[in-house]
Design a protein around this ligand. Sequence first.
Ligand code: EPU
Length: 426
Amino acid sequence: MEKFVIRGGNPLRGEVTISGAKNAAVAIIAGTILSDEPCLLENVPEIRDINICVKILYEMGASIKIIDKNTIRVDPRGISDPTVPYELARACRASSYFLGTLLGRFRQADVPMPGGCDLGDRPIDQHLKAFNLLGARHSIDGGCVSLRADRLVGSQIYFDVVTVGGTINAIFAAVKADGLTVIENAAKEPQIVDVANFLNSMGADIMGAGTDVIKIRGVKYLKGVTYGIIPDPIEAGTYMVAAAATKGDVLIKNVIPKHLESITDKLRKAGAYVEEFDDSIHVRCSSRLMKTSFKTLVHPGFPTDMQPQLSTMLTTAEGTSVVTDNIFDNRFRYANELRRFGADITVEGTTAVIQGIEELSGATVKATDLRAGAALVIAGLMANGTTVVEDIYHIERGYENIDEKLRGLGADITRVTDFDNKRMAV
Ligand code: EPU
């Protein structure tokens, strides 16, 4: 097992470059299945969830060429069996995207129920509702979702809850259906727009992505393209918060500032200085931050994926902050770990009350999920003394070279492989 050992207290200073967006890339990689020709994907982050999605394609028969660490060529034409292997599907949430893309191409899909971060109940009823409306039948047997359709026909889909995954899956299934599909109450996150841009560049006819009504007119053929993934707004936000939380001064490069507005707003309210440029953002802070209450919301509201990081920053802000996260019902599991740093955080249901203290002190903690793991790294950077963050495989699902990037900003962070575990593995 690998862990991070962090000696805290150094303000982060310098420049960091943001990688491609995990949540766009995982969907677009699955989306290559719909292409009738090979695709070249650029700015793909080198992270564990991407490796899993690429492996799923490979296991199903796609031909994959890794051009360099951030560029992948996918030729999906060799896929003959629309079945996702169990272990790979269980390893990430994004495996659910293979339901939509396999259904779109083969009119059938067999995909084990997706895994991913444990954030509470994560149903796929809205995905299934969309597939059913487009003409597919579904069954769930032994933990595996099976979809079958004689033909897919455009339909009116109204989502009962705003769902990122459901919206993308509905687009995937509709893009080669006959006729017009209208998705209402669609999610508006940046990755939805990126997926639609990717498909449109291949010849799809999708309008309205980024609004709550998306119209898709099915097409017969999608050509191969070279496509660059957008920068990761959550990775960018994580470095923005880390800069402010350590009273640092960081230029965060390769970002789309518009995607970061809700984070910028909260950091400014807390007292940090944030300046936006065309494709970079500068965050600095020199005095104690102030209490800031916030609620997570669907885009363009404050993202749930940034809640643990911002809440962690507020543990040393002056005053009491109240944080509500209603998107998932179990997104405060990291609060127990934060208390080990001395943080004063109490959780009641989906609301946390954070009473700012003067200083955190280093602790040994476990990453409970991806964003919680990033938050614990931030706590370690803020804290006085040494912190050990265990189970960092969660963090590596979504952050490319986080330790290297932080060292580039002056952090004292080392990756350590547990000697005993290493010996046992021999
Ligand atoms: N929901 C349903 N039924 C469904 C689908 C969703 O009730 O059929 C509910 C969920 O239970 C949740 C809410 O709708 O309460 C929102 O879920 P959504 O479907 O939007 O989330 P997701 O597609 O499973 C993606 C990201 C998450 C991110 C959420 C919200 C990927 C692979 N995952 O998940 O990212 O938190 O959208 O923005 O894109 C992360 O990157 O750390 C992460 C967890």
